[in-house]
Design a protein around this ligand. Structure first.
Ligand code: GAR
Length: 246
């Protein structure tokens, strides 16, 4: 059973979506802890109500980013995380912290990265006249809101959109996208090789393909329409792979 630690700074709606998905979809993982840099982060109440351990490391109590990050890493490490999830964790992280969790730490950002890293993404997207906005899940690297991209979802920017209206529409996609990406990581379906994301298809795809192949062979044996059978197998297999591609 893998251990997930989620870092939040506020509402924690992405954290909630991940906790629910983990429970309801039976991931081979549990959310071991939710850690915040703010004691009043409302997401902490949800986590506690779910029986999840919570911890606060207040960044204001430290003289430097390095000191804060060292204590944060120490607290996170007490939960032996296989996966660290930044879910609205609004602190710039030091290189030391990022390297410590490299390859097992994801972030969600409410823009189609590499466009609009940082704050006020929705307002900047509207002002730039973007026709599409969206959300990105990426592995965390020392540069803020950068790193190898795991998944993206796009939403249209509508005429008359306010930053809040656009943020609400993007957030719906974040709640779909982020749990899916975290699940891939806990299922060892995501790895980083020289800064490139390698994504392995679901094992279930292989089982289905095998079943299709067996069905095709039976078809070939039962019919003299060899080429029709062969074509059916190829078409069905290709269709399954296309439909299942993440
Ligand atoms: C989310 O929209 C997330 O993408 C964003 O903060 C919000 C947190 O909401 N994160 C960033 O901007 C990181 N650069 P939540 O607390 O309800 O999950």
């Amino acid at each position: 059973m893998k251990s997930i630690v989620i870092l939040i700074s506020g509402r924690g709606s992405n954290m909630e979506a991940i906790v629910h998905a983990c429970q309801q979809e039976g991931w081979p993982a549990r959310v071991a802890a939710v850690v915040s840099n703010k004691a009043d982060a409302s997401g902490l109440q949800f986590a506690a109500a779910q029986g999840i351990a919570t911890a606060v490391v207040d960044h204001k109590a430290f003289d430097s980013r390095e000191a804060f990050d060292a204590e944060l890493a120490r607290v996170v490490d007490t939960f032996s995380p296989d996966v660290v999830v930044l879910a609205g964790f609004m602190r710039i992280l030091t290189e030391g912290f990022v390297r410590h969790f490299e390859g097992r730490m994801l972030n969600v950002h409410p823009s189609l990265l590499p466009a609009f890293p940082g704050l006020h993404t929705h307002q900047r997207a509207i002002e730039a006249g973007c026709k599409l906005a969206g959300a990105t899940v990426h592995f965390v690297t020392p540069e803020l809101d950068h790193g190898p991209i795991v998944a993206q979802a796009a939403v249209p920017v509508l005429k008359g959109d306010t930053p809040q209206a656009l943020a609400d529409r993007v957030l719906v996609q974040e709640h779909r996208l982020y749990p899916q990406a975290v699940r891939w990581l806990v299922e060892d379906r995501l790895t980083l090789a020289n800064g490139v994301v390698i994504q392995r298809p679901d094992y279930a795809d292989g089982v289905e393909l095998l079943a299709l192949a067996v069905a095709g062979i039976l078809l070939l044996m039962l019919t003299r329409w060899t080429y029709v059978g062969l074509a059916a197998v190829v078409a069905l297999s290709a269709g399954t792979v296309a439909a299942r591609s993440p």
